[in-house]
Ligand binder design. Sequence first.
Ligand code: HEM
Length: 156
Amino acid sequence: MDDLAIARAIHVLSVVHWIGGVAMVTAVILPAVARLAEPARRLELFHAVESRFSAQARVSVPLAGITGFYMTDRLGAWDRFADPAFWWMHAMVLVWTLFMIVLFVAEPLFLHRWFRARMEAAPERTFAFVRRAHWILLTLASVTVAGAVLGVHGVF
Ligand code: HEM
């Protein structure tokens, strides 16, 4: 087994943990919280569950990036970023960058405080925004996973 195969296995495993977790939060936890809790308590309940996942994603997201850039270098594939046919390479970097910003910049610096303030002002609207944002990120990530697998196998 060579280093490229190992990097690919770690990459896919990291993506499975990370995007699988996003799917669980988006399609299972958020709808359950919406049904069970009254508007003012929803965000608190959501944070209690989601912060555990965030802590784990702070390992799997950087690992996906490290192995992704390692493979790009190992394959000598940097020139793909200049070719629109490799849109799925751009999509991978875009999705990764978005999550890195949320996990390492927005969450520690201001996201929680900002949501708390908005939640007090408009609980229903803020929670609807959180749900919509999760569906958008999950859709983007799912298109990227499908695009990457098809792209690796020469479909585009
Ligand atoms: C910094 C970010 C990333 C970089 C640089 C990167 C780079 C790569 C590279 C070079 C490959 C191998 C391509 C090949 O064999 O020709 C790959 C495969 C793959 N990546 Fe990424 N990736 C990143 C993030 C992501 C993200 C965010 C996702 C999903 C949302 C993702 C999903 C996949 C999948 C599913 C494969 C295909 C595995 C296979 O079928 O062999 N990657 N990535």
